[in-house]
Design a protein around this ligand. Structure first.
Ligand SMILES: *Cc1c(COP(=O)(O)O)cnc(C)c1O
Length: 410
């Protein structure tokens, strides 16, 4: 068969300006995300271009996803090579990329006998994890205040934000929310009726909240005392984002269940639920499934991401840039900046006033993509391939962005 790209691009030949695309968006896409702030048409490295040809430095990476930036040549050749060879076959069959990625991810957990269930997103990885916890014969789950684990009915039950949760109740599970980072509160909530404790090693959506040192190790101890599973949600923090493959493993802990997604496929949809030890055998034939999960193309994307991060030393690079970023931002001495927190290239700039949303818009107008998970902080999650010069180009204009917003809101 011969390629006929025209029959596809014909569907795109309608609106070309951003306004025209956004008008069509409003009429054709459900309004769950509000109005998109820009229409992007191209990406390369750490940069994006909008429909009018304006260039933006991407300091968000599609929400902590594009670890290798846009159009990375190695990901591109792996994905196109795989789709030209073998795309999708269903989970009635195995493919070499799927098994190779499963082995690689299993090793990352640091646990013995680790096994993987592949999904297409972080939410689905958490759904798989939720089902694993039910196989213990216990049903109570301890989650944390401020936690975000996804938007499906199961993952939503573990997500703390009432605005997301209340309209959709009843949700499954007996879920108890304890204060995040508080080991004593966790200790008093866990007893032999608890199936699992689910924790993000750093709370991403809640504003890059870093727990006190030793919190994860304490959580491991508490779970062991009561026979509860420790489930680490590394969907945002894992796969190199924080300067290690998995934050909790870097801290010397082995979890019973680990979920990853965002950074794994560099934008190709893939997630994974890993389990270690006997927990990796709790789901048996017929107990869970997925049509697309572990698709050969998604799996090769994951393998390409891991290979490039390793070859280019991007874990150490992320850690080095984190120090550089904190020093440079603190060094600005700006009256509206109260601090920087985070790990690797998942960082928050803390603001003295609740002006983050306006700063995001002002930054966008100046050619920088950042994000505000909360009114009083900015989240930075640039591609791991970003250079210190590229980071500096943002840090250099940050004071003027803040001043502009402060003046406008006087
Ligand atoms: C983003 C996120 C999820 C949900 O992942 P999706 O791919 O959006 O389904 C779950 N947990 C954490 C910690 C996240 O940051």
């Amino acid at each position: 068969m011969t390629a006929d790209p025209m029959i596809v691009s014909r569907h795109l030949s309608g609106p070309t300006s951003s306004t025209a695309v956004l008008d069509a968006y409003t009429e054709s896409v459900m309004n769950t995300f509000g109005t998109p702030k820009r229409v992007f048409v191209r990406g390369e490295g750490c940069y994006l271009w909008d429909a009018e040809g304006r260039r933006y430095l991407d300091l968000l990476s599609g929400l902590a996803v594009n670890a290798l930036g846009h159009a990375h040549p190695t990901v591109l050749s792996a994905v196109t090579g795989q789709i030209a060879t073998l795309g999708h076959v269903s989970n009635f069959f195995a493919t070499p990329p799927q098994v190779a990625l499963a082995e690689r991810l299993s090793r990352m957990t640091g646990g013995s006998e680790a096994r993987v269930f592949f999904t297409n997103s972080g939410t689905e990885a958490n759904e798989a994890a939720f089902k694993i916890t039910r196989m213990t014969g216990r049903s109570k789950i301890i989650s944390t205040q401020g936690a975000f684990h996804g938007r499906s009915m199961g993952a939503l039950a573990l997500t703390h934000n009432e605005k997301y949760r209340i309209p959709f109740e009843p949700l499954p599970g007996e879920v108890i929310f304890v204060p995040y980072g508080d080991a004593a509160a966790l200790a008093s909530a866990v007893d032999p009726t608890v199936a699992a404790v689910v924790l993000e090693p750093i709370q991403g959506e809640n504003g890059v909240v870093v727990p006190p040192e030793g919190y994860l190790a304490k959580a491991r101890e508490i779970c062991d005392q009561h026979g509860a599973l420790l489930w680490m949600d590394e969907v945002q923090t894992g796969m190199g984002r924080c300067g290690s493959w998995l934050v909790h493993v870097d801290e010397g802990i082995t979890a019973d269940i680990v979920t990853v997604a965002k950074g794994l496929g560099n934008g190709f949809p893939i997630g994974a639920c890993m389990a270690t030890g006997p927990t990796s055998r709790l789901l048996g034939p017929g107990s869970h499934g997925s049509t697309f999960g572990g698709n050969a193309v998604a799996a090769i994307a994951g393998l390409a991401v891991i290979a490039v991060i390793e070859r280019d030393g991007l874990l150490d690079h992320a850690t080095a840039l984190a120090d550089h970023l904190a020093t440079a931002i603190n060094g600005l001495g700006h009256r509206l900046i109260t601090g920087v927190r985070g790990r690797g290239l998942l960082q928050a700039v803390l603001l003295a006033d609740p002006i983050a949303a306006a700063v995001v818009d002002t930054a966008l107008a100046a050619g920088f993509v950042i994000n505000a998970p909360r009114p009083d902080l900015l989240r930075l999650a640039p591609p791991l391939i970003i250079s210190s010069a590229e980071l500096d180009s943002f840090i250099g204009v940050l004071p003027s962005l803040l001043d502009q917003v402060a003046e406008a809101t006087q």
